[in-house]
Design a protein around this ligand. Sequence first.
Ligand SMILES: Cc1cc2nc3c(=O)[nH]c(=O)nc-3n(C[C@H](O)[C@H](O)[C@H](O)COP(=O)(O)O)c2cc1C
Length: 281
Amino acid sequence: MATNDADLTGLIEARFGLAPDFAQDRTPTDTVTTMLRHRICRQFTTDAVDEATLEHLLAAALSTPAKSDLQQVAIIVVDDPQRRARIADLIPDMPWIRSCARFLLFCGDGRRIRRICELHGIEFGNDHLDAVLNAAVDAALHLSSFVWAAESMGLGTCPISVVRNHIDAVSEICELPDLVFPLSGLCIGHRGDTGHQVLRLPPALTVHRDRYDDSALAEQLQGYDRRRDAVFSIPPDRQQYRDRFGTAEFYGWSMDKARQVSVPERADLAAFLRRKGFRLE
Ligand SMILES: Cc1cc2nc3c(=O)[nH]c(=O)nc-3n(C[C@H](O)[C@H](O)[C@H](O)COP(=O)(O)O)c2cc1C
């Protein structure tokens, strides 16, 4: 694998563990370079992220396109140490929620547009699943933009979807009203380690030309599992649910993910959203 990642070919090769199909003779933009170099951060220094930096990042993130220009995102900056500690206490196996410089909660906001309708005396006529999806997409895109903006400044980030495992408690801590739901937390701060780059699935599996075709899934996965394992091998004691599945001799990404999703997670989300006032029909 290329070690000089200053050139586009090297960056792409490092991302996928595969040489790109086409000669990459262009110079990547700074944005593309930031994205190709992305690695999650779970180890933060104690250095602060000051208010001016935060405002700068929020302005960048809020420049994200939004579905129908409805702008259905709410970002809670959780600065109150007690509220942050209560969230961190809910998720003790992710100590980076406590140690990061700032913690944000990205929410889908279906409330604002309904209030706007009320202010204009117009009935809201989109009370169905797509309304939730639109707000969730807006929140996700803003989260993503915030990540790229922060990483372009050399900061580290880690989204936290596990807040949804405690969706009632987190909503209560941040006083989310009806029709506002947490999509993901986001830890930001100065990197305490360099982390390691996680290889992505080969584009042959995720990019389809004209028609969907996953006929090469099994074959492509074998290579991907081996490439990932060569960079970062999951030790036997980190294999998931060994009590049910035993200890695999070779334990790659696909086995790990299949085991992970064998257990239901957040099956109560629809009930939560209904309690919060959404119809999901
Ligand atoms: C929406 C979203 C939610 C995530 N939730 C968590 C989380 O709750 N805890 C955590 O430690 N990492 C979380 N992550 C980080 C992913 O685990 C990480 O992005 C993935 O393992 C790939 O690693 P990479 O980002 O370094 O390429 C989340 C990432 C995304 C995009």
